[in-house]
Design a protein around this ligand. Structure first.
Ligand code: GLC
Length: 421
């Protein structure tokens, strides 16, 4: 029995607010979309019923448009900004107005595989909800099959250098004086800069003032960027939704259409100048030129074959702990500042799943062992310094605990690789 297993379970328990889990108390006191899906995968290691509950609570916030919000504000908590009043989400529960990487279908399929009979009714109820959500992405975020975001927070990679170019074209006018709470919980140099925060809030205000009407927002927003996290996780999620739909005798034509369109559209994210997938700014037609941890999700999506392999080997041999969120060779690399350099364990889980499925078992296993080592070194932190594994950001973090239980722990009985397709 590994003491870290017990610690990880205790973290999930400590962050459990009854039916949903917060990423960590104080810094993130609400339910976040993809954090909750990882949480479910962590609970699945010891409490399958609680795992399903986490996902069901997430979908209880789904809007009538199909969108599943990135934050659901179940109980107001003043330790976080911007809260429900600033967002003004228009769903059934107080929420933000944007979504997050759609990894739910992938993990729902994996949870189902752990108990096919016992989970039938739950999966049957979730399939149409997943379909509505994926359709929302395709309708409102699809640009020729590449999937865009209307706000950096939607990608889950809040301040990565990909946004530097698009942000330079934004004048954050009309944003009222505000007071950040994040820097009261975490050191300033491990968080986004004020320059970025002004623009985050400007984009929130824009969406809020449009009443989150996507057609309107698409017309007026200066920010519309196609992103590898979104494109690759949605492509993968559609493959898993297709498999579930086939198993449950649900319609599949529409999903097959999405898969074909995103497979083709993902090619737009290929930047021949750097020989890598990156973001594409739809407002300027320019690639962002950043190799990020999200670039390596193409294996998870089942596209791109081995065209990123040389970059993968170069970066993983450059740092002690992988996968840094930004290529250390990039001039904007900052090893402790959030998405500009640190290692995020749950990204590694997704990347390794793709590597494994593409036949790179050695690299997948090496990444798993490296992730286990960074957690042993730095604890259950939000993210880690790639140079020495020292912890950064929030502590007692749900998705790091879940990544340990579901994948990185040597004792895992959890999900391991979400699904072998
Ligand atoms: C930050 C991360 C995002 C995550 C959220 C809660 O905003 O960038 O990916 O979902 O925190 O942990």
């Amino acid at each position: 029995m590994d003491d870290l297993d017990e610690q990880a379970r205790a973290i999930l328990k400590g962050n459990d607010r009854g039916g949903y889990t917060v990423p960590t108390g104080g810094l993130y006191p609400y339910q976040w979309n993809w954090d909750s899906v990882f949480a479910a995968a962590g609970f699945a290691e010891h409490d399958l019923s609680r795992a399903w509950e986490e996902i069901e609570t997430l979908f209880s916030g789904q809007w009538s448009t199909g969108m599943v919000p990135h934050i659901i504000f179940h109980k107001v908590d003043p330790s976080y900004f911007p809260g429900p009043d600033i967002w003004g989400g228009v769903g059934p529960l107080p929420s933000s107005g944007i979504s997050q990487p759609p990894i739910a279908a992938t993990f729902i399929r994996a949870l189902h595989a752990l108990d096919p009979e016992g989970s039938k009714a739950r999966v049957r109820a979730l399939i149409p909800r997943l379909r509505d959500w994926h359709r929302w992405f395709f309708d409102w975020r699809g640009e020729g099959g590449a999937i865009c975001v209307s706000h950096p927070w939607e990608t889950g990679r809040d301040n990565c250098p990909d946004w530097d170019g698009p942000f330079a074209n934004i004048q954050p006018e009309g944003v009222e004086q505000y007071y950040r709470r994040d820097t009261t919980h975490v050191k300033e140099d491990e968080r986004p800069r004020s320059y970025d925060y002004d623009r985050y809030l400007y984009l929130v205000k824009l969406g809020h003032d449009c009443g989150w009407d996507e057609a309107h927002l698409k017309e007026v927003s200066p920010f519309r960027v196609a992103d590898p996290t979104m494109t690759f996780t949605l492509l993968r999620a559609n493959r898993d939704l297709l498999a579930l739909s086939q198993a449950f005798g649900e319609p599949t034509d529409e999903i097959e259409g999405w898969i074909a369109a995103i497979e083709a559209g993902s090619e737009q994210l290929w930047n021949p100048e750097i020989g890598a997938y990156d973001c594409l700014d739809m407002r300027t037609g320019e690639h962002t030129g950043v190799i990020s941890s999200a670039s390596f999700l193409h294996w998870f999506a089942g596209v791109g074959e081995d065209r990123m392999l040389a970059h993968y080997d170069r970066i993983t041999s450059d740092v002690r702990f992988s996968m840094p969120s930004t290529d250390p060779a990039h001039p904007q690399y900052e090893p402790r500042r959030y998405w500009r350099g640190p290692v995020w364990g749950m990204m590694n889980w997704l990347i390794a799943t793709g590597l494994h499925e593409a036949g790179h078992e050695d690299r997948a296993e090496a990444l798993r062992l490296n992730t286990a080592e960074v957690i042993r070194t730095g604890g259950f932190a939000e993210y880690f310094d790639p140079r020495d594994g020292s912890p950064a950001g929030g502590r007692n973090f749900t998705w790091t605990a879940a990544t340990w239980l579901g994948w990185a722990s040597p004792n895992t009985k959890g999900i391991t690789c979400p699904v072998s397709s």
